[in-house]
Write a protein that binds this ligand. Structure first.
Ligand code: ZN
Ligand code: FE
Length: 257
């Protein structure tokens, strides 16, 4: 079972458990994790980290001290602590949790950002940190548009039914912008209605799926004629390559309110 623990304004810490053991992904704050472990009487065995930002690693030291959990994280980033430095091709497995994940290098948001893709309980999943968001993507703090586009393409190539566990509830604000980019996208319109209802009821909009992202996320649709045209119009000149379109989309979104 995978469930979100809310942290800060809009972070999700994903808790994976079998009723006895647990792992968490990106615990920026120890408090919500400690509470959840106590309430369900779970033993934390591992912490998975996607990148070095404080809102993803801030709770690590306190959790390691209180639980002795092993820490897995990106090999090339500076983390509070890390027992298993990982990069593409590495693997994380846990028999009790039926967890079987491959590590992907996905630079762009940060230079050493990794994602975990595979299966939990037989269901295809990806934990992608701040790389792919529902109808959006992470900002380029340490990478180039070409790097981020390659990273997103790698994630988008996962099986279509893969559940996408991103780390922030940015969905509705991403969709407001995506609707401006692609006003004629009916899949996006339907998903926006569904997500709006979920937020009205206080539910998370996540996980999304790779098929939803392919149908609706402008950052995965830079080669669609409507997206190329909208980005070119925003930029004020014709954009000729997918990377140029992607870079313009990222700048457009940065300034969008
Ligand atoms: Zn981040
Ligand atoms: Fe973050």
């Amino acid at each position: 079972m995978i469930r979100p623990l809310s942290a800060f304004a809009d972070n999700y810490i994903w808790l994976i458990s079998d009723g006895t053991h647990a792992m968490v992904v990106d615990p920026g704050d120890a408090g919500p994790v400690t509470d959840a472990l106590q309430q369900a009487d779970l033993r934390l065995t591992a912490i998975l980290l996607t990148h070095h930002h404080q809102d993803h690693v801030g709770g690590v030291q306190e959790l390691v001290a209180s639980t002795g959990a092993a820490v897995y994280g990106p090999a090339t980033e500076s983390l509070p602590t890390c027992d298993y430095p990982l990069s593409e091709g590495d693997h994380v497995g846990d028999t009790a949790l039926q967890l079987d994940l491959d590590v992907l290098d996905v630079p762009g948001h940060t230079a050493g950002h990794i994602a975990y893709a595979g299966f939990v309980g037989g269901i295809p999943v990806v934990f992608c940190g701040d790389t792919l968001f529902a109808a959006g993507c992470g900002r380029l703090f340490e990478g180039t548009p070409a790097q981020m586009m390659a990273s997103l393409t790698k994630i988008a190539a996962l099986p279509h039914d893969t559940r996408v566990y991103c780390t922030h509830e940015y969905t509705l604000s991403n969709m407001r912008w995506a609707r401006v980019v692609e006003p004629g996208n009916q899949d996006l319109q339907r998903w926006q209605e569904q997500a709006t209802a979920q937020r009205t009821q206080g539910q998370p909009t996540l996980p999304s799926s790779i098929s939803q992202e392919l149908a609706c996320n402008p950052f995965l649709r830079a080669q669609q004629p409507a997206v190329t045209q909208a980005a070119s119009q925003w930029a004020g000149h014709q954009l000729n390559t997918p990377v140029e379109v992607f870079a313009a989309l990222r700048e457009w979104k940065n300034g969008f309110r």
